[in-house]
Design a protein around this ligand. Structure first.
Ligand SMILES: O=c1[nH]c(=O)c2ncn([C@@H]3O[C@H](COP(=O)(O)OP(=O)(O)OP(=O)(O)O)[C@@H](O)[C@H]3O)c2[nH]1
Ligand SMILES: [Mg+2]
Length: 200
């Protein structure tokens, strides 16, 4: 079976990579399968920089092709925050609930038309023998005033997808995986998958 290694410890992302790559016959491995690999520090200021740092660091250690995903939420009324700090917006070690509570507090009183936001995802593919490639996807939406829905992960319960009239967490995985920022980036990656996964 063909195998891809995703340099992530985020179980929500890992599940979506499995859902989107298993139908193509890929076995997806993540850093949960490589406990010896230490956390990679995300020192970049953009999704692209962080995606490249994660993929290249792990690719060097494993000596093989490694794919990473750096993603997050950009909120216009907060000048683009939480952005690359999405995972740790409420502080290091804080969780999705605390991050959402912080965002909702900061947007209190902001009217609907000013609550525009987008999810962004950059996937990097690092190959020890080639230049690193990146693929970026986005998904537009609005930030709700309260959480809705139980599916997905991260900020999905407060992210409203206008054309579906539902929060991202109210959409089943099959739908999220057609419209999300990650789906958009993965579509671009899949279009070049054979050359991307060539070792030499
Ligand atoms: O509602 C959401 N739906 C999504 O589809 C989604 N994708 C990303 N995010 C948020 O952005 C952070 C990424 O930060 P991030 O790329 O550094 O990942 P991470 O630190 O969680 O894991 P790793 O891949 O670095 O190991 C995550 O924690 C989430 O808060 C999402 N939220
Ligand atoms: Mg991270």
């Amino acid at each position: 079976m063909k195998e891809i290694i995703i340099a992530t410890k985020n179980a929500g992302k890992a599940k979506e990579f499995v859902q989107m790559f298993a139908p193509m016959g890929f076995m997806v491995k993540t850093l949960l399968d490589y406990p010896e690999i230490e956390d990679v520090e995300e020192t970049g200021t953009t999704f692209e920089e962080n995606a490249i740092i994660k993929a290249e660091t792990v690719s060097k250690q494993l000596g093989t092709i490694v794919i990473s995903d750096d993603s997050g939420l950009i909120i216009d009324a907060l000048d683009g925050k939480p952005g690359v700090y999405s995972a740790r917006y409420a502080g290091n070690g804080k969780n999705d609930e605390e991050n959402m509570t912080k965002v909702l507090g900061e947007l209190k009183g902001v009217p609907t038309d000013k609550r525009t936001a987008r999810f962004c995802c950059t996937i990097a593919v690092a190959n020890p023998k080639k230049k690193t490639l990146t693929f970026t996807g986005t998904c537009e939406g609005l930030i709700l005033e309260e959480k809705r829905g139980e599916f997905g992960f991260g900020y999905d319960p407060i992210f409203y997808v206008v054309e579906k009239e539902k929060s991202m967490a109210e959409l089943p995985a099959e739908i999220k995986n057609q419209i999300s920022h990650r789906a958009d980036a993965i579509k671009k990656l899949k279009a070049q998958i054979n050359s991307v996964l060539k070792e030499g």
